[in-house]
Design a protein around this ligand. Sequence first.
Ligand code: PEP
Ligand code: MG
Length: 578
Amino acid sequence: MSYIQGMSFVIHGIGVSSGIAIGHAQLMAHAAFEVPHYDIEKNQLDAEVARFDSAMHGTRTELQGLIDKVPAGAPPEFSAFLQLHLMILNDPTLAEEPRGLIRNERCNAEWALKQQMDTLVAEFEAIEDTYLRERRADVEQVVERVLKGLLGHNHATPRSAQGESILIAHDLSPADVVHFKQERFEAFLTDVGGVTSHTAILARSLNVPAVVSLRHARELIHDRDLLIVDGELGAVIVNPDREVLAEYRLRASELQIERRKLARLRTSPAKTFDGTPIELHANIELPGDIEQVQASGATGIGLFRSEFLFLDRNGLPSEDEQFVAYRQVAEDMRGAPVVIRTLDLGADKQLTGLTQQGDNPALGLRAIRLCLAEPQLFRTQLRAILRAARFGDIRLLIPMLSGVAEMRQTFAAIDEAKASLRRDGFPFRDDILIGGMVEVPATAIMLKPFLDALDFVSVGTNDLIQYTLAIDRTDGSVSHMYDPLHPAILQLISGVLKAGARAGKPVAVCGEMAGELRLTRLLLGLGLREFSMHPANVPAVKQRVLQTDLREAEALARRILNTTEPDRAAALLERLNA
Ligand code: PEP
Ligand code: MG
């Protein structure tokens, strides 16, 4: 939704990471066609055109090679399809026009090709004939092939931040976000995405404002437009006037002052007003996040999403590479607990080429299911974790457990990894604690056998909500249904906490709910004593914990738990937070 205010207008999406950013727009091309854009010196233009020609030639040879290798029995469409691609490639609109663009605009070959592709695609879209219109995808595929040749690798590298930039993309893959951890963007905006998609979580982990599900941001905003991003409201103000800009500058500096005040709580122990100690741990994606954890005052790592070591790279990290990364985190945390979650790949975090993606990836071969199906991959990680566990208080956490047999298979895989280390003469920690994530409703409903066998559990509310309410967490169109206060969710969380207390086993919450300030008292009242969240949330949550009277929180939490009326629950929550 947008409305025009003279030159200035506002676009609304879903705010997934709060804060205010002011900067200039930097548009990122559609993920599949992310191409660099840079100027070419006049005396380098001939070389750039030659680079373009050589990539075209390479693609021609590549396509011809494929045509020559089509087996005799292959369906005739196969060859026809490749011939069509060769025809598109040889058409002067692709083979000639970009050469002119390189010279006239003095831009790099990739950018010229991309511009030409956009022009062609727009022409195709205007065609009435369905068959011809659908050839648009063929043009895109051909261009992608040439781009890969030009870029010299198989995946697109996003542009670097230039000055105070706000990145605008159609979507960001988790791998893109890993890349952006090294870049300094002031904010992230995407056209698609849901509130607990990994992209949103990662945007939060970059600690900058982010708004997703803006739908047409990439069409409405131009490169270098001045933008204000209000992550709290989920609003983007494009080309703001002077008064609005001044007002937001003031709010941004107020927010900074507030943040500095909260930072003073870093070393105070987290305990409720009446003295009950509470653990506030941090969620991390990469070893480099530790610095932020230490600055936040978190007293441990409650969730290390280890799969991020596997993204944004070619090939898998070896056992030794993983060992070094895990040991580094353990040592940096100086004896504080570090919960390493074993690989949660699949769904929206894909490793190219590892396994076939199912039609419904969130319900498919994901997390522990994928690890049990890929024993070599799992064993390598388990061995690295077991070896690193000697250097600190490392614990194992198994994602997405849904059945007892699966849990036993996992224990067997851990035993097998230990036996192989013994055989190979590597020292490791035999008595490592093993926990399981409660993310599948079946596990939450029938927790006893899991609690009996595991040392601890951690509730992954992002997936628990996704699977209980049947809402795809990456789908912006159902984001409004993401409701941590849904009575079914609160019943499940409360049930897990009670079952944990009965079994004498620790229960943590490490989903986004744990870092939501409006839910801190409710969770305390339901019995939660261990929170794990993004480090940026730790100071504010600690302040809320310090100001909470546990008895009052318990009484109101009980009443919220007993209502099925959303308005009533909201009113009670407001009272609880007053
Ligand atoms: C969760 O599902 O709540 C969780 C913490 O895991 P992730 O967000 O990585 O799926
Ligand atoms: Mg999860």
